[in-house]
Design a protein around this ligand. Structure first.
Ligand code: CP
Length: 298
């Protein structure tokens, strides 16, 4: 089992370390290890942005490893009186916390916290930068289905520009041997993806053509300034995973979405709930992956 003090991003992590985390997550997922590695420790969830899956998943994972979990939110905290991120993190660490799991709207926030405290830090999503635990659970979900990601083709579709999930998955899935194609409106495709070894297209049918997995990304209205697409109906027609498009995928192709889903926008409700969908399995697998992460940084 790898040992690392922080998990701030996927970029730069060696393949062997990613595979070790997935293998350990698999042991947790299959019930082969019931470790109580965090008995007597405190894990603090410090979330400056809303979350259902990530915060709850880290809470369930930490509690099942025996930790006490401190859930901190902006509302009701002294951040609402102007206390800074660094002061907040230092004060939470001073309570005797072993691991701070932090989500923040600014890219680089988790790294800033890691530089400011002596305890371990896990990035639960920082601005448009990285969401490493999401990428690891996505990779694990595909690995669990296929046994390998080597040679598999994954289409990542939607609001790539604002997506920390896309950025972490680019590094994670590529490192594990998958090939990637990014697709979305031209206004949501950042420069530089091709230089990082991914294919890029604005034509969804081209992206879906050879895909073994399709990851539909949420339209992040909270990070968009001026509208980046005309109407939701037009977006769904051009870049949404409609029933017709899902039916034309390779027979064994699977559909992922990190959540929360905008039903009828990124994908149809029938596809979200359909046979190809691994959306709830992603959430289920997330607990095992986060146990592996918490153990690795503890
Ligand atoms: N996938 C994800 O980060 O979901 P939450 O925002 O609900 O945590």
């Amino acid at each position: 089992m790898t040992s690392r003090r922080h998990l701030l991003g996927i970029e730069g992590l060696p393949r062997a370390e990613l595979e070790q985390l997935l293998a350990r997550a698999h042991e947790y997922r299959e019930g082969r290890v019931g470790g109580r590695h965090l008995v007597g420790r405190v894990v603090a969830n410090v979330f400056y942005e809303a979350s259902t899956r990530t915060r709850s998943s880290f809470e369930v994972a930490a509690a099942s490893l025996g930790a006490h979990v401190l859930n901190w939110t902006v509302t009701g905290s002294s951040a609402s009186k102007g206390e800074t991120l660094v002061d907040t993190a230092k004060n939470i660490a001073a309570l005797g916390v072993s691991i701070i799991v932090v989500r923040h709207q600014h890219s680089g926030a988790a790294a800033l916290v890691a530089r400011s405290v002596a305890c371990s830090v896990v990035n639960a999503g920082d601005g448009q930068h990285e969401h490493p635990s999401q990428a690891l659970l996505d990779a694990y979900t595909l690995w669990r289905r296929w046994g390998t990601l080597e040679g598999k083709r994954v289409a990542i579709v939607g609001d790539i520009l604002h997506s920390r999930v896309a950025r972490s998955n680019l590094h994670c899935l590529k490192a594990l041997g998958a090939s990637l194609v990014f697709c979305g409106p031209p206004t949501m495709l950042p420069a530089g993806l091709a230089e990082l070894g991914a294919d890029v297209t604005t034509e969804l049918d081209t992206a879906l053509d050879r895909a073994d997995a399709v990851m539909m990304l949420r339209i992040q209205r909270e990070r968009q300034g001026d509208a980046l697409f005309p109407t939701t109906a037009e977006y769904h027609a051009r870049w949404g995973l409609t029933n017709e498009r899902a039916a034309a995928l390779k027979p064994e192709a699977v559909v992922l979405h990190p959540g929360p889903v905008n039903r009828g926008l990124e994908l149809s409700p029938e596809v979200a709930d359909g046979q190809r969908s691994l959306i709830l399995e992603q959430v289920e697998n997330g607990v095992a992956v986060r146990k592996a992460i918490l153990e690795a940084v503890s």
